[in-house]
Structure formats: C-alpha cells, structure tokens
Design a protein around this ligand. Structure first.
Ligand SMILES: [Zn+2]
Ligand SMILES: [Zn+2]
Length: 241
C-alpha cells in the first residue's frame, strides 16, 4: 500500500498548494480520499483521472470536497475524448444538497457512506468512524493484511478516535490549531494530537490539515518531542509506502 499526500492545508490553499487530498494505491487499485481546493490540479501530477477507481469524501467542507465539480467536468471531457470508459464511484455522506450533485450521467456513481459502511477494493478493506466535527464527517481506515492506515479527517479528540487509530501502521492526523484556548469546536490542536499519538501508538505519523499561518515546523517539533517514533509534517508529494 502506498499513500501520496496531494493536499494537506487546512481552510484554504496557499499559492501552489492544495487542501485535503490523499492518493492511496495498491497494485491495480487507486483511491483518492477527499478532493479539497487546489487538489485536482496537483493530483494529476501523480495520476491520470481515468486511472482513479474511486473517490471517498469525508465531509462537505470546501477544504475537503470543493474540487469535485471541476472533476465532473474533467471526467465529462475525457469521456467525450474516449479516454474514460469506466464508472468512477464517489463514496460520500448523504445530505440534502451536495450528495445528489455528485452523480453524473453513467460516468460518476454516488454511493452513500456512514460509520457502519465497509468497502472492499481488491485487497483493501475500508471502514469508517463518525468524527466529532461541526457537521457530519467520517474518519477512514484502510487495511491490507497486517497494515492499516487511519486518516482522522477533521475531528476533536475523543476516545473512539483513539480506539479507531490503535496500533495502526500509519496515522494521518489533522492538527488544525497550534493552541486552542478558546475552545474552537471540531478540531485538534498540538496537545490533542500528542494525546492521540501517545494513546494510539501508531508506527508512523503524518501531521496534516495544518494551518495556513504561523510556523508549521513548531507543530512537528512539539509532537515529535513527545513521541519516540518518527513523525512527519505533510507536504505535497510526500510518499509513504
Ligand atoms: Zn471540516
Ligand atoms: Zn478541513
């Protein structure tokens, strides 16, 4: 299993960046998790649109799904050119507004997901956990044999997140805030991520969804100082294998 960071920024992308987007590949399977602002462009440096088997959206915040409408246009144009023949499946939470816009013609199929859903893609098994966020959202776990990758998406720290992440091979954790003294809802700060990492013991840690202000290396240094295993700060094109 190979994971490439396409977008990692929280809120909005700074110049040349993208917000949340991760490419998961295993043999003949290519899955994209989230498609935030700026990610459609950067994604194509790593994969052609016609090679993507499925897309998973964790929630309907723009920094996780805003490039989806342009993806539909991309798929449409590639279909007209005869380059896309297969159906792209988008797995996403159901809501009153966005979910029904995901489907397109016969080329894009939308499938509802929630915390009870389980998906099998060849050798990859995918499960979900409901996050503690400002709207309904899902954390994602991708498992292949003994290996497991957990992506927290956007969430506060809660015991079920620790359980969901327990002993995973790779934890891709959000850290949206340096410090959260005013109690901003739905996200983790450095202290929360330290607790998550210490309690769930992942083998590898990638810190993502990082703020578009301040010195991001401070986040890495603080978390790394409290955890014995290697932690990395997400960046465009960072590959874990
Ligand atoms: Zn969010
Ligand atoms: Zn977000």
């Amino acid at each position: 299993m190979k994971m490439t960071v396409i977008g990692y920024r929280s809120g909005y992308p700074k110049a040349g960046e993208a917000t949340s987007c991760y490419l998961i590949q295993d043999e003949d399977t290519s899955i994209v998790i989230d498609l935030g602002a700026g990610s459609l462009s950067i994604l194509q440096k790593f994969i052609e649109l016609e090679e993507i088997d499925a897309l998973i959206l964790t929630h309907y915040h723009p920094d996780h799904f805003s490039d989806i409408l342009c993806l539909k246009q991309g798929i449409m144009i590639k279909q007209q050119l005869g380059k896309i023949k297969k159906t792209l499946t988008i797995y996403a939470p159901e809501d009153d507004f966005y979910f029904k816009q995901l489907k397109w013609n016969t080329t894009i199929k939308a499938v509802k997901i929630d915390q009870h859903k389980e998906i099998q893609f060849n050798q990859l098994n995918i499960t979900f956990m409901k996050t503690e966020h400002t709207i309904f959202g899902l954390a994602v776990k991708v498992t292949k044999g003994q290996q497991s990758l957990v992506y927290t998406s956007d969430t506060e720290l809660k015991p079920s997140l620790v359980d969901f992440s327990k002993n995973c091979t790779l934890l891709i954790t959000e850290c949206s805030l340096y410090k959260n003294p005013s109690g901003i809802a739905g996200h983790m700060d450095i202290e929360d991520v330290k607790q998550l990492v210490l309690q769930s013991h992942p083998e590898n840690v990638i810190i993502t969804h990082i703020p578009p202000y301040g010195d991001n290396t401070h986040i890495l240094n603080e978390i790394q100082a409290s955890y014995s295993k290697k932690c990395l700060l997400a960046r465009t094109g960072l590959i874990w294998q």
